[in-house]
Structure formats: structure tokens, C-alpha cells
Design a protein around this ligand. Sequence first.
Ligand SMILES: Nc1ncnc2c1ncn2[C@@H]1O[C@H](COP(=O)(O)OP(=O)(O)OP(=O)(O)O)[C@@H](O)[C@H]1O
Length: 373
Amino acid sequence: MPPTDGPRQDAPGARQGIRIRLEVAFADFRLDVDLDLPGRGVTALFGHSGSGKTTLLRCVAGLEPAARGVLTVNGECWQDSARGLFVPPHRRQLGYVFQEASLFPHLSVRRNLEFGLRRIPAAARKVSLAQATALLGIDHLLERMPDRLSGGERQRVGMARALLTSPRILLMDEPLAALDARRKQEILPYLERLHDELDIPVLYVSHAAEEVVRLADHVVMLGEGRVMAAGELRATMARLDLPTAFTEDAGVVVEGRVAEHDDHYHLTRLDFPGGAVWVSRQVAELGRMLRFRVHARDVSLADHQVEGTSIVNLLPVVIDEIVGADTAAHVLVKMDAGGTPLVARITRRSSEQLVLRPGRRMWAQIKSVALLG
Ligand SMILES: Nc1ncnc2c1ncn2[C@@H]1O[C@H](COP(=O)(O)OP(=O)(O)OP(=O)(O)O)[C@@H](O)[C@H]1O
């Protein structure tokens, strides 16, 4: 085969998914990862500052020429050092969204977007200008100049521009980090729409647990350039052997189907494998899936089905595992509620008084759940 700097298509029927087996070394830091990620949905890259999240995205984008290894995105090979293949960044069909969108200041929003679109031959375009602007709610901004946009609007334009390159993968590096809390809340629904309506895999770097649990399907936890854990969001967030379990924010993410509205008491029931919870009335049609978080600090345990309590959500569970928590006074208890993992943070004294041990049947009392989105 003649040498080429273009992507190699793997054989028809080649495995879908994102294979990243890459390493790169700097003077004081080494990234060495071996990941097999799903070829669709949002994968969050999570980890403390300096753990290598941005370096990993840069490797995927081809911006670290010293990186060695293999990178395949849904059947297209962008790097295989053993075969001498390295597709340069401009030939990798990807979108990159940074903390702050760098738009051309002398071009209107429309012209900025058209600039992205022009890079792609018409036949290869998967996302139209109309589709991208509608998805990100920026139709009314098309004739504006960039200096007349708010931070949140600029980010939405930056995301639309990335989509218009019809990327095989979208790389997002803390796209909300430069925005205040209110603007973040404004943008999150658009990110959810991208996730729901486009079939483009996303690698999403974030420090913020709240964003990760709301948007991601899959999580990779990085520590000092290595993969500490990778897996489906709900299972990974419920693991007690990862540092995230030992924060104030410890808890699980559950996906529940809207099963019933009780208009008298203004409540909605969400069913999930192994149980159900009542939450305040949601404006969502029956059957819709809603994601919610149950913080470990909001779960308590009883050895019988308590009556005469104001707590509405009581679930039968089986204890899986008990480990130390963030303080010497507390333990984390992982439970199985008929297929759905739950975690409680209770005092060590309560754990001993209740004689908790793996396999024991208990009742979990959930004080509150936090709907995501
Ligand atoms: N070109 C480079 N040369 C030398 N060291 C580098 C280079 N790029 C990154 N590093 C180092 O690699 C480490 C990982 O950096 P990286 O930006 O990937 O971390 P991060 O997890 O994205 O951090 P943050 O959350 O703070 O953005 C850091 O110690 C950084 O100083």
C-alpha cells in the first residue's frame, strides 16, 4: 500500500468503538492509557488537575506528535505507530471545543459558522447549518458580531462550529468552566440535546461531578496519567474504591422511568430496576427516562420497614460492601436495591449497632433525590 497521511479505513464490519492505546512522556509527566470506549454517547474524562485529561484529548486530536500507540475511532485508524501511521490533526475529522470559543472577531456568527462548514465537502456533511443552529438555539444570533455575544452564547456558537465539521468525534475540554453558574445551567440542556439527537461520540473533560453525572454515559477516571477506572457511569459512580466515593458528594446516579403522576400530592413516581421513588411533580410524559442522583448522605438504613416516618422512599436492599468513609466517624455502605446500586453514608456506631454485614437484608430510607436536568 502506498504511504499516505490519510486515515485508514478498517475492513468493513470492523469493530465500532474508540480504541485509545497511547503513551507520551514529558519531562515531569507521563501519560499511558489503554482504553476501549463505546463508539457513541458521552464519555467523561474525570480527574484532578494535572492528571492528564487535556493531554489525552490533545493526543486524540493529533496535537502531540511525540505520542506513540494506536488510536481508532469507529473503524477509522488515525494512529498506529507500529505501522508508521500518523494522521495529522487537519485530516482527523473531529470537533474540538475549548473553555472559551475563539471566534473570528471580524466575521459575523453566520460567517464564522460557514467557515467551519466550508472545510467539509458537501457530500460528507452530516450536520447542516440549520440543524446546528436549531440544536444550539442560536438562530437569532446569526447576524451578530462575536463581541456582542455573552459568554454562554459564544460557547454555543463554538459548539455549533465544531458540529459543522461533521466530526467523527467531538472533543470538549471543560466547555463550561469559564461560565458562571447561571450560564452553565443555561447551556447544559443544549449539551443534553446534542447527546440525545446526534450520533456523534463525545469525549468530555470536566472537573465538575454535577456535569459528569448529568451528561455522561461512561466515565474514565484519570490519576497521574493512568486510567484508575473506566466504565458505565452508574456502575462507576457507585464504586467505593475510587476517590470520588470519599467526597462530600459521594452518591449514585439512577435512571428512572416516569411511571405515574399524582396530581393531588403533586408527586411523580420514577421506576427503576428493583424499586421506585417519588419525587416532586415533573413536567415529563409517562415513559420518559429521567436521571437522578441519590447522595450517600441522604440515605439511612433500618432493619425493618419503618412505619410512621415522613420519609416517602423506602426500598428493600441487600448489603454488598462496607468501607471507611471520609471521616473516622463514618462508613460507606454499598447496597443492591434489586439491581440498582445505592450507597449510604452512616456513622460507624450505627453500622455496628445494626450489625451490618454483606448479604444482610435491610431497608434503605431515601431522604431526598436530586433530579439532573
Ligand atoms: N507540552 C508539555 N510539556 C511538558 N509538560 C506538559 C506538557 N503538556 C502538559 N504537561 C504536563 O502534563 C501534566 C498533565 O497536564 P494536563 O493539562 O493534561 O492535565 P489536566 O488533567 O488536563 O489538568 P487540568 O484539569 O488542570 O486542566 C501536567 O503536569 C502538565 O504540566
